[in-house]
Ligand binder design. Structure first.
Ligand code: NAD
Length: 566
């Protein structure tokens, strides 16, 4: 009726309608609620009690049968992005089934919901965007960030993963389309670390993009302007950090994800004492690599301080790993961090980081500018420094050439080579190259997965330094004992927890990371190590301390098994 409506833009009458919902889910609403829906697995009794008869076909399935069917359907898709879309659809239809599938088939579906497929999903986010997942906070919302947080349907949030989309994986500035990353990472928090899905909040902070292709794209979903910098950026981030703490309390974990170098280091430095913050690109990477090193030295012999480390690449990953190794050495040898750093050398795009370059180095490289003659190539650095461990974090492929690997092998009985750059095409060398050029002597791990290699009738299984080993268990550990700030010792504890899960049998085969198929057990152990350290340091606020922290962690973990509805 005209009197009850508004005149719309087209001059027509637009009737006002009140959106409403029932408070107890039943019937059609229950089937449409992804958090509670069980699809064909609703039992006869549940169908009676919740007015579901007629809304479902008569068959009753078990959750296992549903997983089998979905598996069959997903495996029909040849294109990874189609699998990704089908997985997201499942998550939006039946969350418990999504997590059951992901947990039970983690090795198959991790690369779908996370890297590498999530990268393509972010690039095409505008066209595959269906239902909004996560919270978008843009420059337009300045002054109202708390109101936005209050629009989110859940109140009891424990983990936020936030990005500003400036450096999504190796793909650069994807602006608002970076949302795929927090969504994917939080799926892993739940699937691998057992944090309840309702306690996870993905957030994208949209301050514009400098990606011209996106700015020119009529379907781009974000703010069509260049990135805000300086005060405008800092003020929005500050408002966000304050709002988060006021809304969810001081135990809310905020994980910074895929921020560009300059902001990543600054944000971590600024908020690490006032908030519970964690940067996976810097700290998570460092912890997972140190975990691999702690396993590897059991094979190589000696202690960490007996080794010399050379990095190719001195960015977030390289300097983050270097700093954590130095910290571990300084703790174990009771020496200063400055002394411990002397065991570690970095090469960036201009050559070895040395003191004569101090004037032109970015601040985060300064601690590594040791006294040495300038060296321009990696090969010369390997020959001069004689590292026992070579770590690639340059983002540039094929840098560990045959000469470099041979030089490592001529200096070491068992050279440890970690080619961490992603994706596979950017790996500093392949597993096959590392084993072949070292004549089967290298211990090898990489950032992207490589298949086992046969060299002279022996099978070599490369390790993958996947961040997903660490951050879910690390986060669970912080949450379950009520920590309010991340102390570096907790990162060391996470590395030790990871290394503890590598069996003697693995080590005998040169495998330095545990099998990913046991990831829930690995996460529970990492959480227990982190919580134990937090209790020891007086950082844990939940008392009394549980007697068996591994069992406690396991009990805290979300299970996607269907509950029975009353
Ligand atoms: P970044 O951009 O912060 O750092 C890259 C660094 O490499 C910069 O210091 C740059 O100057 C240097 N560099 C570029 N070209 C070089 C060259 N030709 N020779 C020497 N140095 C060069 O990036 P980041 O976050 O540190 O990531 C680097 C790589 O590490 C990426 O490929 C990323 O995928 C990978 N990574 C792997 C893991 C893992 O395996 N778990 C975790 C994080 C990052």
């Amino acid at each position: 009726m005209a009197s009850e409506g508004d005149v719309d833009d087209n001059g027509g009458v637009d009737q006002l309608v009140t959106p409403w919902n029932m408070s107890i889910s039943s019937g059609y609403i229950l089937l449409r609620d992804p958090h509670q829906n069980k699809g064909l697995a609703f039992t006869e009794r549940e169908r009676d009690a919740h007015y579901l008869h007629g809304l479902l076909p008569p068959t009753i399935s078990t959750q296992e049968q549903q997983v089998k069917k979905i598996l069959h359907n997903l495996r029909q898709y040849q294109i990874p992005l189609q699998r990704y879309i089908a997985m997201i659809d499942l998550q939006e239809r039946n969350e418990m089934l999504f997590y059951k599938l992901l947990i039970d088939h983690v090795e198959e579906f991790l690369p779908v919901v996370y890297t590498p497929t999530v990268g393509e999903a972010c690039q095409k986010f505008g066209s595959i965007f269906r239902r909004p997942q996560g919270l978008y906070i843009s420059l337009k919302d300045k002054g109202h960030v708390r109101e936005l947080l209050n629009n989110w349907p859940e109140r009891n949030i424990q983990v936020i993963v936030v990005t500003d989309g400036e450096r999504i994986l190796g793909l650069g500035d994807l602006g608002c389309q970076g949302m795929g990353i927090p969504v994917g990472k939080l799926s892993l928090y739940t699937a691998l670390g057992g944090v309840r899905p309702s306690a996870c909040l993905p957030i994208t902070i949209d301050v514009g993009t400098n990606n011209q292709k996106l700015l020119d794209d009529e379907f781009y979903i974000g703010l069509k302007q260049n990135r805000a910098r300086g005060e405008e950026y800092t003020e929005l981030l500050e408002e966000f950090m304050c709002a988060v703490k006021r809304n969810y309390g001081e135990k809310i974990l905020v994980q910074f994800e895929d921020f560009a170098n300059h902001n990543a280091f600054d944000l971590l430095k600024k908020y690490r004492t006032t908030h519970l913050v964690f940067n996976d690109d810097i700290q998570g990477t460092a912890s997972v690599v140190l975990g691999g090193l702690l396993s590897a030295i059991k094979v190589l012999g000696g202690t960490l301080s007996d080794h010399t480390f050379l990095f190719l690449g001195a960015g977030e990953a390289g300097t983050g790993i270097a700093e954590l190794i130095a910290l571990e050495i300084s703790k174990k040898t009771d020496s200063s961090i400055e002394d411990a750093r002397q065991k570690i050398w970095l090469v960036d795009s201009k050559g070895l980081v040395v003191s004569s370059r101090k004037e032109s180095l970015q601040h985060f490289k300064l601690p590594w500018a040791h006294e040495h003659e300038p060296v321009t190539t990696l090969l010369d650095a390997v020959k001069d420094i004689k590292p026992t461990v070579l770590i690639g974090t340059s983002g540039v492929g094929r840098q560990f050439t045959q000469e470099v690997v041979e030089a490592m092998s001529s200096n070491n009985e068992k050279p440890l080579i970690m080619a961490l750059s992603n994706p596979t095409s950017q790996s500093e060398c392949t597993a096959e190259e590392a084993y072949t050029w070292s004549q089967g002597r290298a211990i090898f791990a990489s950032g992207s997965p490589f298949d086992p290699v046969t060299y002279e009738d022996k099978i070599f299984v490369p390790g993958q330094a996947n961040n997903a080993y660490i951050f879910p268990g690390f986060g669970l550990g912080l949450i379950m004992c009520g920590v309010v700030s991340v102390h570096d010792d907790l990162l060391l504890a996470a590395s030790q927890g990871l290394a503890s899960q590598v069996t003697d049998e693995d080590l005998a085969k040169g495998i330095i990371y545990p099998s990913f198929s046991c990831i829930r057990k690995i996460s529970a152990n990492i959480a227990a190590y982190v919580a134990a350290k937090a209790y020891d340091l007086g950082l844990a606020s939940y008392n009394p301390r549980p007697e068996d922290l591994v069992k406690f962690a396991e009990r805290c973990m979300y299970s996607p098994t269907y509950p029975n509805y009353r």
